[in-house]
Design a protein. Structure first.
Length: 96
């Protein structure tokens, strides 16, 4: 993946373009959809945990608690990844 990004940046530089539009296109077309997909998966995992927790069986309730915790951790990671990518892109923009 790193090779592809450096190749795209080299082509943009050779064409006289700034790398900022390239970074924006990568963020919008690659990174944001991946983060959105993983956010949706984490949310569904969280909801599945809630459903298991509501059920009356004690064993199922314990598994549901674990799914809720892991789902919340996943949601936190995806929100953090989204914020971190935006922070990095904005920091690079402010340097140029």
């Amino acid at each position: 993946m790193n090779g592809i990004l450096s190749l795209l940046a080299t082509e943009a530089y050779a064409a006289g373009e700034s790398t900022l539009p390239l970074l924006d296109r990568i963020k919008v077309n690659v990174v944001n959809p991946i983060i959105g997909l993983l956010f949706g998966v984490a949310f569904l995992y969280f909801l599945w945990g809630v459903i298991q927790f509501i059920q009356a069986d004690d064993k199922t309730r314990d598994v549901g608690k674990q799914h809720i915790i892991y789902g919340l951790i996943g949601l936190f990671i995806m929100v953090s990844a989204f914020g971190l990518t935006n922070f990095i892109i904005e920091s690079i923009k402010s340097l140029q």
